[in-house]
Every structure is written in C-alpha cells, then in structure tokens.
Design a protein around this ligand. Structure first.
Ligand SMILES: Nc1nc2c(ncn2[C@@H]2O[C@H](COP(=O)(O)OP(=O)(O)OP(=O)(O)O)[C@@H](O)[C@H]2O)c(=O)[nH]1
Ligand SMILES: [Mg+2]
Length: 331
C-alpha cells in the first residue's frame, strides 16, 4: 500500500535530516510523525519515526543529566514565570542585554562588541503591580543562529525585536532576522488571532523596540523602522532615558492583551499586591476559576469596585471585568 505522504512531509524530512541540534531534531521528528497519514501504508514509517523519537529523547536525557546541569541543547525551554514571558531577540550589539540589565536584577554580560551573549538569561521586570519574565538571548545574524532560539521564541508570549537605531545596518539586520525566522517557520506579526493553517508554522506577536533612541536626534532612523514595520507597535527606548524605560514596561503590558483584577475578602481591604491576571474580556467566572474550579462552581454573585460601576455593584458570573477592577466573591 503506498504511503501517500503530503509534499510538506518531504520538505520537513529534508530539514530533519540536515538538523544537528538534537532538541530541534526531536521537535521536527514529532512534527513528522503528526503529519504522517495513519494507515497500513505508513505503518513501517510510523514505527521508524517513533524509534527515532525515542532515541533522541534518550540522547537528550543523557545530555540534560550529565554533571547534574542542563546543557546547551536543553536551552530551548524556559519555565514561564509571572504574568507573561517576553523574549528579547535581535541582531548583535543592539542592546538586548542592556535592556535585561536595566529592567531586572539579572547581571548579563553587556559589552561594546558583538556576540557577547552566549546563552539565554532571564530576569523579572516589574510593571506597577505585575511582573513579567524577560529572556535575553544570543544574537541572530548571518554568522550565528542558535537553533534552540526557535523553541524559545515559539514558547514565549511576546517577542521584542530589539533594533539598534545607532547602527548603519539597522534595516538590513532587522530584515535578516525576519528572513531567518521565516526559514525556521516562525512569522513575526503585529497581532495574532489564530495560528496558520500549516501546523509547521507559528505566528508570534511582536513589539518593535527602537533602541538607543538618544543616538537618533533627527528621528530619521526611527522613521525608517516605522516604514519597515508599518503595522507593528513600536516603542523607542534608551537606557539613558528613564521615561522611555517606563514606556517600554507599559508597551509590554499593552501588547500582552491582559488585565489585572484585585481580590477583596468580604469585610476587608483589597489586596493590591497579587492581582489575578486574565486575558482582556475575562469575566467574573474566569477570575473565580483561577482561584479554584470548585470555587467558580459554587459562586453565587460578586461585588465589584472600579471605573464605570457603583461601589460594590452586584454582578453575575458572566460580567466582563476591566483592568484594575476590584472583586469580592460571594459563595
Ligand atoms: N548609546 C546607547 N548605547 C547603548 C544603549 N543600550 C546599550 N548600549 C550599548 O550598546 C552596546 C551593546 O549592548 P549589549 O546590551 O551588550 O547588546 P546585545 O544586543 O546584548 O549584544 P549581543 O549579546 O552581542 O548580541 C554596549 O556598548 C552598550 O553599552 C543605549 O540605549 N544607548
Ligand atoms: Mg547580549
């Protein structure tokens, strides 16, 4: 019986054979298996691919546990923390590590020469009452692309493409990053609603960071970036300008399409230190579910304080909340 494999299968198989990084190879093998039509004609192919997957997993397990530390091949997944995981990517020397240093307690290598960052590093950035996880990464250029970057970017909630307004080659460098990621089947978009039909691709919401803005007095470079990315949100930053760093924090919050809701125990003050994070448009019930499924089940009504409401207004579970609302659950 013929296997009848789709044309994309052969393209992906070629990529799989050429791939050297075991983690990326494992991901491609899993994609190939998922793409294979399941019938008698592919029985042997399926078994072969499952054997390859199991061998790659063993190989990765060994590299992860050897010496008790996670090794380079294991960089492609970073556990999420806080209200959103944000990955800083871009050409060499654009200022990715300087941004991580400015916003978090992390101590990345910052240097006036390119390729100073060799591996990803994370830190937590505060915006008002929430924290976001920032990931600093090694640069993307014709000379260098760490394969684990594809996994990290796919997994992140938001991509920040850091462009260097002080660099002559700013536009070419940014275009190269887009092209390289497209090769890896990652498409940077200004907004993402749903994913592409072809499951091998992924769309990632991206904020453009026009960095070293102090060095662009005339605004000419910024205008060039605006025309390369007409639809994207763009934030201009400089580590020398505190106001621009505040704007960056706010831009990240806005791009993540989330809101904060503060809980208030009956008869007590609201807790402003630990908001519930919900996607924009979330309801009273969504907020209750984040506390506990049973709790949401038992919920009778809630009282709300916030803009556009009477203080303590009584609402039902399908009531849509907005950023900054205070909620008192009644069960
Ligand atoms: N003028 C100016 N220089 C900056 C700014 N931010 C960073 N730099 C300088 O730019 C250079 C590169 O900064 P890094 O943060 O190491 O850049 P990177 O993108 O992490 O570089 P790689 O890790 O090599 O890709 C350093 O000399 C920084 O001091 C800024 O806002 N303005
Ligand atoms: Mg760096």
């Amino acid at each position: 019986m013929p296997a009848n494999l789709p044309p994309q299968y052969y393209e992906l198989e070629r990529e799989f054979r050429a791939e050297k990084d075991p983690r990326e190879k494992l991901r491609l093998a899993q994609e190939l298996l998922a793409m294979m039509p399941k019938h008698k004609g592919t029985d042997k192919l399926q078994a072969d691919m499952k054997a390859k997957i199991s061998k790659l997993k063993k190989q990765l397990d060994r590299s992860t546990t050897a010496h008790g530390v996670r090794q380079a091949a294991a960089h492609d997944h970073i556990e999420k923390e806080g209200a959103g995981q944000v990955i800083l990517i871009g050409p060499p020397n654009s200022g990715k590590s300087s941004l991580l240093e400015a916003f978090t307690h992390a101590k990345p290598v910052v240097a006036d020469y390119p390729y100073s960052t060799r591996q990803p590093l994370t830190g937590m950035m505060t915006f008002e009452t929430v924290q976001f996880q920032l990931i600093d990464t090694p640069p993307i250029s014709p000379e260098s692309y760490k394969n684990y970057l594809s996994g990290l970017i796919r997994n992140a909630d938001l991509v920040v493409l850091v462009c260097d307004l002080a660099a002559e080659s700013m536009l070419d460098d940014a275009k190269f990053v887009l092209k390289k990621l497209e090769e890896k089947r990652i498409i940077l978009k200004h907004e993402v609603s749903g994913q592409p039909d072809d499951p091998r691709f992924s769309y990632k919401k991206t904020l453009i960071c026009a960095h070293k803005a102090y060095d662009d007095e005339s605004g000419e470079k910024r205008a060039q970036l605006d025309s390369l990315f007409p639809e994207f949100s763009l934030v201009a930053t400089s580590i020398l300008d505190e106001g621009s760093l505040t704007a960056f924090r706010k831009a990240i919050f806005d791009c993540l399409n989330i809101m904060r809701v503060y809980t208030k125990p009956v008869g007590k003050e609201a807790d402003f230190t630990n908001p519930i994070i919900l996607p924009i448009g979330g309801t009273v019930e969504d907020a209750a579910v984040t506390l506990h499924k049973d709790f949401a089940h038992k919920l009778k009504y809630a009282k709300i304080w916030g803009p556009g409401k009477f203080d303590g207004q009584r609402v039902q579970r399908d009531f849509r909340l907005i950023d900054g609302d205070i909620i008192e659950f009644h069960i």
